[in-house]
Ligand binder design. Sequence first.
Ligand code: GTP
Ligand code: ZN
Length: 295
Amino acid sequence: MKTGRIIRSLSGYYDVQLADGTVERTRARGQFRKSKQKPVVGDFVDFESENDEGFIWQIKARENELIRPLIANVDLAVIVTAVRQPDFTNNLLDRQLVALAAADVQPVIYFSKLDLLEANQRADFEQVVQLYRHIGYSVVCSDQEPLSQLKQLFKDKVVVFMGQTGAGKSTLLNQIAPELNLTTGEVSKALSRGKHTTRQVSLITISSYEAMIADTPGFSSYEVFDFPVEDLADYFPEMAAISGQCRFRGCLHLNEPGCAVKAAVELGTIAPSRYNDYKLFYNLIKQQKPRYSRE
Ligand SMILES: Nc1nc2c(ncn2[C@@H]2O[C@H](COP(=O)(O)OP(=O)(O)OP(=O)(O)O)[C@@H](O)[C@H]2O)c(=O)[nH]1
Ligand SMILES: [Zn+2]
């Protein structure tokens, strides 16, 4: 029996990479389908394979799992966020941060197109950069030697890229891995194929970064929030850090007296934009059809 990580799946076959870097082809047992457990790219599996034939016998427990693209055990997600074309909005970035936190995937914020800002606009935008850094997020700016910073963050990690169309995902990926040769400036083929066909994500080793990169972008802003509304504050790190100081356990930080979060907003230690997005997302989740109940 061998153990490795699935890096690609193609019509019933899986390419599994072993610790020494070699790749072997194998298949999933029929039994997985019956139990609704299906191996996905990123999974660690025990398998057998000889001359490209054999079976996966066991899927190891997953650290996390993204649905679009379907991939398991992701270490980092780079949220590519343009400051212009399209214009930056806190809402979109916070949405993606919340979605990643709910999926238990560590985010990296990458601000692209900073070169399009005039000097005074760039100085103003630094407040946004500092706001997110202060919360504790890793923030990389396109005009501050981004590649060397990303290199440090990516080491030994499995990385997925996400972000709005036109945000600059392909452009950034081309800088990191020119060998991928992605088309930019239009809906790039390599990155968008996943939306319309059954083509699956592959994990590609980028040796100069000592990292593996998913060649299909991750979910973007249009996700519904797929968790109970009571969990929302957990996904705002600066709120989660102080919610224990609220007078009431289970405080939703809306109208409750003695709310430490609201006090922090008034003091300015929590940014109004973040708290507004919290309230906005709270209402959005409330309006969604209830898929979770806590009874
Ligand atoms: N000035 C400037 N333009 C950029 C930057 N990054 C990307 N662009 C441009 O923005 C446009 C969109 O970039 P892409 O890399 O194709 O964006 P994408 O996120 O891959 O877009 P989709 O493939 O539609 O998802 C292209 O014309 C790029 O040349 C940047 O840092 N500065
Ligand atoms: Zn509270």
